[in-house]
Design a protein around this ligand. Structure first.
Ligand code: AMP
Length: 400
């Protein structure tokens, strides 16, 4: 898939609308605790400013219910942007109301305007054409740089693209980089290609597993989702997280892996506790002997070793999902060790998913990874083989 990028169109001196993903985590005082998503948008914004554009930025933040809610204002984001860009950022007090319209109209070359939270308008999540048109009318060029929401058919992501001609809409640097990495990796991986998949449930990653099975040489499964596979194989998983209704799917996936000669690795031992609690008593046990009343909450030392060996010689590693309940230190060791192993590998290493990016950051391995995706849901949909609605309109169709 090839996207039309901001470099492929003429933006000089024009008014540009950039859909960004400034949906950042904030603490109870409203402080931004991780500004990676804001930093990731700087390249596109600076490129536009350097091309004498008047720049209108738009994003959502949190989940306001289609009306203004001061808790979700973009004011702290405007402030952080201003610090990072070392330029003034004008904040509109609404999205398509009088203030935004006036400020957008009067915006001069080189100036930057940030609209208020897009989800203060109900039309955003409804993919409403009327709302999208009002956003589109503010600018001559549309740029999507919001990978994290490009799997959503929302007005500022999908409907808005209808109001711009082919040569007036494109992907920003971040969106293009994200799509390219996943697309290139999935279509033309250097082999051996190994997927490491974890997280809570099989149901959330079933489609991704099915799609990956057709592309990879090995699949390593950890986290809560491993227990549905282990139970399907007749192991004694105690009170671990199991989705009984998915046991037939788990068996089908294992069978398909065998047919395709994809090596499928599951944990052989786990760290167990009776409750998911920082003070819980823990025991190590094999996955054949988890006692009744105990849950597997992290991979054990033998599994870490097994997975480390399975990763030997990998040329491409794709990691999505933690190996255990990493939010609690006691159950984070397995995820950290796998993170270190992947980090030290000479393979191309791609990390997808918000939780996994968090693990890698906490393990201090971020700099060692080839690419860390900024979008959890969007990267998962790419792994599922889907074309994202926000990306489809920006694709350059191959000429026959
Ligand atoms: P996901 O959103 O599906 O990627 O899952 C991430 C979540 O899975 C994290 O919040 C982990 O705490 C959770 N998780 C990982 N391993 C387990 C486990 N063995 N049992 C329960 N939850 C788990």
């Amino acid at each position: 898939m090839t996207l039309r990028t901001i470099k492929d169109i003429d933006i000089s001196g024009k008014k540009v609308f950039i859909r960004c993903d400034f949906n950042v985590p904030q603490d109870e005082f409203g402080n931004i605790t991780d500004d990676r998503r804001i930093r990731s948008a700087l390249a596109t914004i600076n490129y536009c400013v350097d091309h004498n554009c008047a720049v209108i930025l738009a994003s959502h933040n949190g989940r306001p219910k289609g009306e203004p809610d001061p808790k979700y204002t973009l004011a702290p984001i405007a402030k952080r942007l201003q610090t990072l860009l070392k330029r003034d950022v004008i904040l509109a007090s609404d999205v398509i109301g009088g203030d935004a319209a006036k400020k957008a109209k009067g915006l001069k070359d080189g100036e930057i305007l940030l609209l208020e939270n897009l989800r203060f308008e109900a039309g955003e999540t409804k993919n409403d054409d009327g709302f999208a048109k009002k956003l589109a009318d503010m600018a001559e060029i549309y740029i999507n740089d919001a990978f994290g929401v490009s799997h959503r058919a929302h007005a500022s992501v999908e409907a808005i693209t209808k109001f711009f001609a082919e040569d007036s809409k494109a992907a920003g640097f971040l969106l293009n980089k994200e799509i390219n990495f996943f697309d290139r990796t999935l279509q033309h991986p250097t082999r051996p290609f190994i997927a490491v998949i974890g997280g809570s449930k099989v149901s959330g990653k079933l489609q991704a597993l099915e799609n990956l099975l057709q592309k990879v040489d090995k699949i390593i499964v950890g986290g809560g989702m491993a227990f549905t596979f282990l139970k399907a194989l007749g192991e004694q998983v105690g009170d671990s997280l199991v989705e009984d209704d998915l046991i037939p799917d788990a068996l089908r996936i294992l069978d398909e892996a065998k047919k395709r000669n994809v090596k499928f690795y599951l944990p052989v031992d786990v760290v167990c506790a009776q409750t998911i609690d920082a003070n819980a008593v823990t025991i190590y046990t094999t996955t054949k002997e988890i006692p009744h009343g105990w849950k597997g909450l992290d991979i054990g030392p033998a599994t870490t070793r097994l997975f480390r060996e399975a990763l030997d010689g990998a040329q491409t590693i794709l990691w999505n999902g933690p190996m255990g309940v990493f939010e609690i230190d006691k159950f984070a060791k397995g995820s950290f060790k796998i993170s270190h192993r992947i980090a030290e590998s000479h393979a191309t290493k791609i990390v997808g998913g918000g939780d996994t990016a968090d693990v890698v950051q906490r393990a201090d391995d971020s700099d060692e990874m080839t690419f860390i995706s900024t979008g959890g849901g969007a990267s998962l949909e790419l792994l599922e083989g889907k074309i994202l609605p926000g990306v489809k309109a920006l694709e350059i169709k191959d000429t026959p």
